[in-house]
Each structure stands twice: as C-alpha cells, then as structure tokens.
Design a protein. Structure first.
Ligand SMILES: [Zn+2]
Ligand SMILES: [Zn+2]
Length: 345
C-alpha cells in the first residue's frame, strides 16, 4: 500500500509541474557563473577606461565618481523604466512555460524532419559521414549563423512591419538600459522569437543529421555550443549602460555590446540599425550596420513625442492592442472615405 504522503492531488501536481517548468525557463545568463563573467568584464572595463566607459540615463558618456556609481548608477537603476523592466520580465517568465515548451517541441522537430526529407529528395540517401571535432565545431558555428540569420530577419520585420513594430516598440520604450532590458518584450513577442530559434536550430540540425546519418552533436564549451558560449558571454552587456566596444575591424564581423546602444537610440541616424544578435555579417549584407564612435550620444527610448504612452507597466502591456485598434480604425475609415469618393464621382 502506498503511504498517504505520496498521493498528490491534481492541484499540487499542477503547481509542482509549473514550478519545475518555470525553474527550467530561468534565463541562463542569470546564473551565477554568467553574472560573475559580466562583473569581471565590467571591472576590467572600469580599470581600462579609468572610470569613463559608462553612460548616464540620457545616453551620454561620462566620468563615473567611483566603482559602485560605474557599475550600478542611481539614475539608471532608480529610473521607472528599470522598474518596468522587472515587471515585464516577471509577466513574460510566468507565461513562457505555456508556449516555450510547446513551440520548441513542435516547430524544431518538424523543421528538422522537413530538412532531412528535403535533403534526401535533392541528394538521395544520407552519405553517413564520420564526425570528428572539426565537424562538431563547424556544426556549432552553422547553428549559430542560422540563428543569427533568422534573428536578423525577425528583428528586421519587427522594425519595418507596422503591426509587428507595435509589439517590438515595448522593447524600444526602455529609457535606460539594464541587463534585464534584454527580456523587456511584450508577451506576444516571446512566442515569435521562440518559434524563430526553434526553426533555425531545426534547419541546421536537419542538414547535419542528413550528412552524418544522425550521428552528430555540436562541440560545446561549459555545456553550451562552442561559439554560442564564446560570443554569448557578452549577451548581458548588450543592455548594460557600460560601453563595451571591440576594435573597429572586429565590429565589422561581430556585434559589440556598444553597437546595441545605438539600436536603442531614438536619433534618426540610429533607427533600424544593428539588427542581428551575434555577428555583423547580415547587417553588413543588408545595409543596416552602424558602428558608433566612442562616447557617441545615444538617447534611449521611443522618442520624446511618444514616450509618455510607454511609461508604466500597464501602458506597455496594452500598447500593441491600442496600436492595432488604431490601425484597424484608420483602415475602416480609409475604406469608407474611398467608397464615398467613388459614390460621389
Ligand atoms: Zn529592435
Ligand atoms: Zn535591445
């Protein structure tokens, strides 16, 4: 007979399960090792720049008064925008388990199977190549490039298609940048990004599974894809107020975190630039690369005319629905006015 303590009611089961899924979805760069790397890089920048590498809440480079002011400046972390970041993140993380797992479990394998079938259709049966470390490295590089390519195009569409820009504006309404701004997205954006990543990984995995008859895994570094780890360590820095730049020649190949400062600026010369996540290759190819100067002024946010519509948590949650309503209204009234013009002519 089972002891009574092992019998779980359905509610307890649900709560336990959702807690496990929630824990699985805590972003990896909030792990202590990643935070330590971020802190170490920030300290190195403090020493190298002699306290001059940080930007203030207005996006201007300045001389910091001390280490704490350099790492955690009051004007940024006490800003209402930083507080809204936290609440948007909490909401996104609570809802994420409902779609993240489903999308990864459906879009990823479906794309992979489709690619294997497509390769067989085009080139015949798998050549069953033998994998070695070189191939594994190549595989992790291709996975990363596929991800970057898909990320670039989703991001590009989010900037250029008005109905999608209504969603992505929430990310750009951040008036200050903190590492949490990375996750400042409208809840609707999450499934789009997740489907995109699942598709890109499924695509590369399908091609390599065909080449190696299924026998390939990527080269890893600390349990993460080799290149994903190498290039992703600076991920948290993309939304940090400290300017982390690479030598100019390298910025033509890789997005330095400082290049994302311009992506968040509302100055016209910075609009729609630096769309990719990791490399500069696709921005260069499609004409959206912008390499900023040292201490380049990058006022963050959606711009003074509309910023008041994106100050609070609820404004940000409601914003896309409000924008879509307006779009629908103007479509309907546009149709009506063209109909009445036809009738009167
Ligand atoms: Zn953007
Ligand atoms: Zn961003």
């Amino acid at each position: 007979m089972e002891s009574s303590s092992e019998v779980l009611g359905p509610f307890t089961e649900i709560v336990r399960l959702s807690w496990t899924i929630l824990a699985d979805n805590i972003p990896t760069d909030l792990r202590w090792d990643r935070l330590l790397i971020t802190l170490f890089l920030a300290l190195a920048l403090y020493v190298l720049s002699r306290g001059r590498g940080a930007k203030d809440a207005d996006g201007r480079g300045h001389q910091s008064d001390g280490l704490l002011e350099f790492l955690l400046p009051r004007d940024i972390y006490a800003h209402i925008s930083a507080r809204v970041d936290v609440w948007l993140w909490v909401l996104e993380r609570c809802l994420r388990p409902f779609w993240a797992v489903t999308l990864f479990a459906t879009v990823g394998p479906a794309t992979e199977q489709f690619m294997i079938a497509a390769m067989e259709g085009l080139f015949g049966a798998t050549p069953v190549l033998q994998s070695n470390f070189g191939w594994m490295l190549l595989y992790s590089l291709v996975l990363l490039l596929c991800y970057d390519f898909v990320f670039f195009w989703i991001h590009y569409a989010m900037h250029k298609v008005p109905a999608l820009w209504a969603i992505h504006k929430v990310h750009h309404s951040a008036e200050v940048l903190t590492p949490l701004t990375r996750y400042r997205e409208h809840v609707i954006a999450g499934p789009i990004w997740a489907a995109g990543s699942a598709f890109s990984f499924g695509f590369a995995a399908g091609v390599f599974s065909w080449l190696f008859g299924g026998g390939i895994t990527q080269a890893t570094l600390f349990n993460v894809g080799f290149f994903s780890f190498l290039f992703g360590v600076t991920g948290a820095f993309r939304h940090y107020h400290i300017q982390f730049r690479y030598p100019r020649w390298l910025e033509y190949w890789l997005q330095s975190p400082a290049m994302h400062h311009t992506h968040h600026s509302y100055l016209p010369q910075h609009w729609d630039t630096n769309m990719a996540a990791i490399t500069s290759i696709f921005d260069r190819m499609f004409g959206t690369l912008y390499i900023p100067e040292k201490d380049e002024y990058t006022p963050w946010g959606i711009g003074p005319e509309r910023q008041d519509e994106y100050r609070t948590f609820w404004q940000n949650v409601a914003a896309p629905f409000r924008d879509w309503g307006k779009m629908l209204d103007s479509k309907i009234s546009g149709k009506q006015s063209s109909n009445s013009a036809k009738e009167s002519s």
